[in-house]
Design a protein around this ligand. Structure first.
Ligand SMILES: [Zn+2]
Length: 60
């Protein structure tokens, strides 16, 4: 007989739960508040930065 191990839904967040908020883009829990917090999760942040850097430079 094997006892089923309860699978905890552990997030990879390394911040206190009080600083966890929902991502403004994908609505997934992320480190949003406090020191080092960001309204976007790591995935969305990288996506936004990638899209931003992809924009053509405005030549004067
Ligand atoms: Zn996100």
């Amino acid at each position: 007989m094997t006892t089923p191990t309860p699978t905890k839904k552990s997030t990879a967040l390394t911040c206190p739960p009080s600083q966890v908020g929902l991502c403004a883009r994908c609505q997934q829990p992320c480190h949003r508040y406090g020191f080092g917090g960001n309204p976007l999760c790591v995935t969305c942040r990288s996506a936004v930065e990638a899209a931003r850097s992809r924009k053509p430079k405005t030549s004067a």
